[in-house]
Write a protein that binds this ligand. Structure first.
Ligand SMILES: *Cc1c(COP(=O)(O)O)cnc(C)c1O
Length: 390
């Protein structure tokens, strides 16, 4: 359906018939109806426009339509955050006693939510190694499994799920969290996947100034999700939807720069004596380099690597950086460094860290938009600072 290059599509999508080049922010939470017949129709039609903003809002509609077009989907639903979208999908599709197959390498919030739904709401979850298509197939219980949840590239080591094999799963609904890729780098629905999900807080918004989630898929599935979403109440704010749509306009150029920098710096890191291992799907050394090349347009803006010297080296490196900033999240203009063992995962035992694919010295970098030579110089001096104490 896409007749233009992606760089052109991101400029064209999400426009309604109007002369506004940027979407006006529709702040009205309520819309007046011409008569009671119109009011009844609006109240009973899925995703009816201009009724009540928790149901639908013109600014949010424009963002949803942009994402649906970029993903090759019939429809999309925006949420207040990525976790609003994750919880919205899980609670709309699953009931007590249902079975879900989920990848072990998932965003931590999704894993915690799944554990809670198991414990308190009677969901049954089987966890698989997402990189092994046979594990997915073996874990599915025909007639009982309602949903398969994948993330690719996945937290934290950038493991890749084979979208062609995952999309071929029949029976349960298949969901891919495609946050790390954004619609600019991969389109899971092209491989037969049912639903694609993004934390648009990250690369789609792209400026760390909005909190938005979005799910795209068939009209039938999105209507079903909508039916729960209006009760769930995690609807996106029109201000944030406008910011996210502004992010869409520059998605392609931002991702190209970020991927080029990630590619150059990951190769440089791999050759550096203080670095033990580097994980980046664009490197030949990544175990799924070829698969990434088959299903992704570019290998992404995230790189993870392990320093010799463990916890101490990870802390020293993070704190020695002057250009890259210590912060969670990804996909924005600033290059960010995360050292899970001393921050987000500080409470875990070494065994638990290992199970999560993290070692004491693992660092995750989200490459931003700074000049790659300036970043390389910053990384070089920070690695020197680590080396001087060992
Ligand atoms: C951040 C993130 C989420 C959650 O998104 P929020 O907008 O922070 O709620 C979900 N999945 C992935 C892969 C993420 O990186």
């Amino acid at each position: 359906m896409t007749t233009f290059h992606q760089a052109t599509e991101v400029i064209r999508v999400g426009r309604t018939v109007s002369s506004d080049l940027t979407p006006p922010v529709h702040t009205s939470a309520v819309f007046e109806q011409s008569d009671t017949t119109a009011a009844r129709r609006a109240a009973t039609t899925p995703r009816a426009a201009r009724f009540y903003s928790r149901y639908s809002n013109p600014t949010i509609d424009q963002f949803e339509s942009a994402i649906a077009d970029l993903e090759g989907a019939e429809a999309a639903r925006a949420y207040a955050s990525g976790m609003g979208a994750v919880s919205g999908v899980l609670m709309a599709l699953c009931s007590a006693g249902d079975h879900v197959v989920a990848q072990r390498q998932l965003y931590s919030g999704t894993l915690v939510l799944l554990a809670m739904l198991e414990e308190r709401f009677g969901l049954a979850v089987t966890y698989v190694d997402g990189t092994d298509p046979d594990e997915w197939d073996a874990a599915i219980e025909p007639g009982r499994t309602v949903l398969c949840v994948a993330e690719t590239p996945a937290n934290p080591q950038l493991a890749i799920v084979d979208l062609e094999r995952f999309g071929a799963i029949k029976g349960p609904v298949t969901l891919v969290d495609s946050t790390f890729a954004t619609p600019a780098l991969q389109r899971p629905l092209d491989f037969g996947v049912d639903l694609v999900l993004h934390s648009a807080t990250k690369g789609i918004g792209g400026h760390n100034d909005c909190s938005v989630g979005v799910v795209a898929g068939s009209e039938e599935l999105i209507n079903w999700l909508w039916g729960f979403a209006i009760l769930h109440g995690a609807n996106a704010s029109p201000y944030d939807a406008a910011a996210a749509l502004r992010g869409v306009r520059t998605l392609d150029v931002r991702l190209e720069r970020q991927c080029a920098t990630a590619g150059a710096l990951s190769a440089w890191l791999e050759d550096h004596p203080a670095v033990a291992t580097v994980s980046y799907p664009g490197l030949v050394s990544h175990p799924q380099h070829e698969l990434a090349g088959r299903q992704m347009r570019l290998p992404g803006s995230l790189v993870s690597f392990d320093l010799d010297g463990g916890l101490d080296a990870g802390v020293r490196f993070s704190e020695a950086l002057t250009l890259a900033r210590i912060a969670t999240s990804l996909g924005g203009p600033e290059t960010l460094v995360a050292h899970p063992a001393s921050t987000t995962h500080a409470g875990l035992t070494p065994a638990e860290l290992k199970a999560a694919g993290i070692s004491d010295g693992t660092l995750r970098i989200s490459f931003g938009l700074e000049h790659p030579e300036d970043l390389r110089a910053d990384f070089a001096q920070a690695l020197d600072a680590v080396a001087t104490v060992h």
